[in-house]
Design a protein around this ligand. Structure first.
Ligand code: AVJ
Ligand code: FE
Length: 429
């Protein structure tokens, strides 16, 4: 497949996914309702996806006429915070579907004529940006589904085969030395992944797998949420203010931990990575366990550096492949996979489940790399640089493989836990 054929196939697949999470999953009132002030109405996400595509692929890349310039403001994430979006004059679900389809039809017509050259479209970048953007919103829509109350709207996908974890050494040693962080040549990379630069990382130990529900439940049951010794001062303030005593969606019933998952209720599977914890909870667990969160550089080195070859791999297991044997990504399962799964997905250092399952909190604040240049717009990442956001790495079960790579950088406030986030621990060597 050449670059354009790939773009068409991926645009089409992303749209099937978006419709499956919106107009094919729920009826109109639920699509326009807001389930939480943290989230947009699902119909906002859908039309926003189309408006972003209109702005970047039709107007900017193809130089084509605008379809609905009158709605740019409504779907501008910076003009209207999520809490405000339900009160906007949004397109209805049917209008949204028609709008995104009109935009898409014109994009596909234009694609034949747009040469993939220049800063914006060279190597297909702006198309890759828009494809990833749609999948990122699809993951956000899954978080909305997770927060939603009521009967399940999404079917659990059929299991393609048994997924079983194996017991592994708890941690690996990553010997000190420099590695190439970020990238300067990946045609899918966002501005915040660039430029590639050498970083010296002293020796450290990293968990072979993310922290599991059993280990996390032990922290809860040891009174971890009631002991300020383990908590960052702001984390203790968060805990005291909210009264939280366990990960989001957990509750206790008859001496057992239960969880709500996409409208279903089930015992917490003790062999899965913990998810729906905020940075402060991850940080507190690590301190209780006598450990710490990894830095972003430590995480990325363990995920991508091949010490024998002295070069960076595009993915932990090599330069390509994202099959069921490598990682739990792309909503193939609606949950993380057991700890110790995916032998074929191990990194050069033997670390497992770096890609997929759960986003992993790191100790690093979100900043630009040395030599960072915002491209193609400041609001993708630059406006979020500073001390307010923590970096998450690796993607979750809900992250499309096109947005799950060791260089990819996600970020959120340290109090957020509706995202599919967990963590693993590290310690100095
Ligand atoms: C990278 C997930 C933090 O959802 O705010 C979507 C992705 N940027 N539309 C977000 C994004 C513009 C972004 N995160
Ligand atoms: Fe967006």
């Amino acid at each position: 497949m050449d670059v354009k054929e790939r773009i068409v196939a991926e645009l089409t697949a992303a749209r099937d996914r978006s419709f499956g999470l919106t107009v094919e999953a729920l009826e109109a009132p639920e699509l326009t309702a807001q389930v939480s002030p943290l989230m947009s109405p699902l119909v906002w996400d859908l039309a926003h996806i189309g408006n972003y595509e209109e702005q970047w692929l039709l107007r900017a890349a193809a130089g084509a006429a605008a379809v609905r310039p009158d709605i740019d403001d409504i779907y501008d994430a910076f003009e209207h915070p999520r809490a405000e979006r339900p009160s906007l004059p949004l397109l209805s679900p049917a209008e949204s579907r028609a709008y995104v389809t009109t935009v898409r039809d014109r994009v596909l017509d234009s694609l034949e004529k747009v040469p993939l050259v220049g800063a914006l479209a060279g190597d297909g970048f702006v198309y890759h940006m828009v494809i990833q953007h749609e999948h990122q919103h699809d993951e956000t829509m899954l978080a909305t589904h997770q927060l939603r109350r009521g009967a399940p709207a999404l079917l659990d996908p059929p299991e393609s085969g048994p997924v079983a974890g194996e017991t592994l050494p708890a941690e690996v040693l990553v010997p000190g030395g420099s590695f190439l962080m970020g990238t300067s040549d990946d045609p899918w990379a966002y501005d915040n992944e660039r430029p590639g630069h050498l970083v010296d990382v002293p020796s450290f130990h990293l968990d072979t797998t993310p922290v599991g529900n059993a280990a996390y439940a032990a922290f809860v049951e040891a009174g971890g949420y009631r002991d300020p010794r383990w908590w960052h001062p702001k984390g203790w303030e968060w805990r005291s203010r909210t009264g939280k005593e366990a990960p989001a969606f957990w509750y206790r019933e008859g001496g057992q931990w239960m969880r709500r998952r996409l409208g279903r209720v089930e015992p917490v599977p003790m062999d899965e990575p913990v998810q729906h914890v905020c940075w402060y909870e991850a940080d507190a667990y690590a301190r209780w366990a006598g450990r710490r969160l990894p830095t972003e550089a430590e995480w990325e080195k363990a995920a991508s550096w091949d010490p024998a070859a002295g070069r960076k791999r595009r993915l932990p297991w090599g330069d390509s492949g994202d099959s069921d044997a490598h990682a739990n990504v792309g909503q193939r399962r609606h949950r993380p996979s057991p700890l110790g799964s995916y032998a074929d997905g191990a990194s050069a250092y033997g670390v497992r489940q770096l890609i997929g399952d759960v986003w992993e909190w790191t100790s690093t604040d979100f900043h630009g790399y040395p030599g960072f240049r915002s491209f193609p717009y400041k609001e993708y990442s630059e406006v979020f640089f500073g001390g307010e956001y923590k970096v998450l790495k690796g993607g979750s079960w809900a992250t499309h493989p096109l947005a799950a790579r060791p260089t990819f950088r996600n970020w959120d406030f340290p109090i957020r836990r509706q995202i599919f986030a967990g963590f693993r621990c590290a310690r100095d060597a």
